[in-house]
Design a protein around this ligand. Structure first.
Ligand code: GLY
Length: 369
């Protein structure tokens, strides 16, 4: 097992990564659990597949669970569900010093985190992420949100969890496509700042995706450590460091918007393709050697992730995709920061990007092959 500290001044917290952590949750979380009844907000599938293990370990520690089930999928991050969840938390008498458990993927974590941020001006929460994407990204770092009619994650708050328990045995029940989509975020840490990790993934990516215990644990722990270091430097994305985590997200967001945030393209798949596009655009601008962009394309393809936008069968043009980018919540004073690459392992933020040039580049990509 690995324990990584998110070293926020005055309020550090731990992320535990390992197998069997759900069976130990009652013991590990004891310092945070003051009452007999523990509110657990659970993705329906997470509860069905792994709920007994969590309930067993909490019961052994003398607790009972009150469950609040959330259907899988982005529509659950709604005002309506937020209202129901906060009403439920109030009905249970949750106080500021109490902790609510978020048990599932990013949807449950984001919704529970935001409810905890606003309940009585902030109560505690603990993340029990069960998907690869949630374990390596959304459960760590305190970004919480719901969606609005105007877009994804537009209503939210920074609110850090008090503890994260990432049990990698939960990954065994993930659909393979979802596992691969989460793996895109693992690759991202190598591409944005750690060439050695990227090399390691090139060699051991198959083992990670086969869920070889040691390889999977190493990949998750390394990713969490990378994220923890960035969050500790720039908790609220004001100093530039955290923005690097958006590598692949600007291109990816446009593709997700064009495909209607649907099963046609999962978030992680959009990030993978977005990173390839960011690399190719960096090469076009002369920042990145072409060979590095080719290498990222090969690695992405080998992981079973989409690497060619032309294969998506989109009917829009480059300008249509750029139009989606203008609604990105990272728009700042009329310009959009892009995360580009100087090398694999060396990303940087720039606003020196003409959107008309991006549209021309995307036209070429849409027509390639
Ligand atoms: N997922 C990007 C971040 O946490 O900043």
């Amino acid at each position: 097992m690995a324990v990584i500290s998110v070293a926020l001044e005055g309020r550090p917290y731990e992320v535990h990564v390992g197998t069997g952590l759900l069976d130990k949750a009652g013991v590990i979380a004891t310092p945070f659990l003051r009452k007999k009844v523990i509110p657990v907000v659970a993705d329906v599938n997470a509860r069905r597949l792994h709920g007994d293990r969590l309930a067993g370990s909490l019961m052994k520690a003398g607790h009972e669970i009150a469950w609040f089930e959330v259907p899988s999928g982005e529509p659950s991050k709604s005002w309506d569900n937020l209202r129901k969840l906060t009403d439920w938390m109030l009905s249970l008498g949750v106080e500021r010093g109490d902790h609510v458990l978020a048990f599932g993927g990013g949807v449950v974590g984001d919704l529970t985190g935001f409810a905890s941020a606003i309940l009585k001006r902030g109560c505690g929460f603990i993340q029990l992420p069960t998907t690869l994407l949630a374990q390596v990204d959304s459960s760590v770092g305190g970004k919480t949100a719901i969606n609005s009619a105007a877009g994804k994650n537009l209503i939210g708050a920074f609110h850090q969890p008090s503890l994260v328990l990432a049990d990698i045995s939960c990954l065994e029940t993930l659909p393979p496509r979802e596992l691969r989509a989460g793996y895109a975020e693992v690759l991202k840490y190598g591409v944005l700042g750690d060439a050695q990790f990227f090399d390691w993934l090139d060699e051991h990516g198959d083992a990670v995706l086969r869920l070889d215990v040691q390889a999977a644990q190493q990949a998750v722990a390394h990713s969490v450590a990378a994220k923890a270091a960035i969050v500790a430097r720039d908790e609220k994305e004001t100093a530039g460091a955290r923005a690097l985590l958006n590598l692949g997200h600007t291109f990816g967001h446009a593709l997700e918007a064009e495909t209607g945030f649907s099963d046609r393209l999962l978030h992680g798949e959009a990030v993978a393709l977005g990173m390839v596009l960011a690399a190719r655009y960096s090469a076009r601008r002369g920042f990145l050697p072409n060979e590095a962009a080719h290498r990222l394309t090969r690695t992405t393809d080998k992981a079973g992730l989409p690497a060619e936008v032309s294969a998506l069968g989109l009917t829009c043009d480059g300008e249509g995709l750029v139009e989606h980018m203008l609604h990105d919540k990272k728009m700042d004073g009329g310009t959009l920061p892009f995360i580009l690459l100087r090398d694999i392992g060396n990303a940087f933020v720039t606003k020196d990007v003409e959107l008309s040039d991006v549209a021309r580049f995307l036209d070429e990509q849409l027509q390639a092959h």
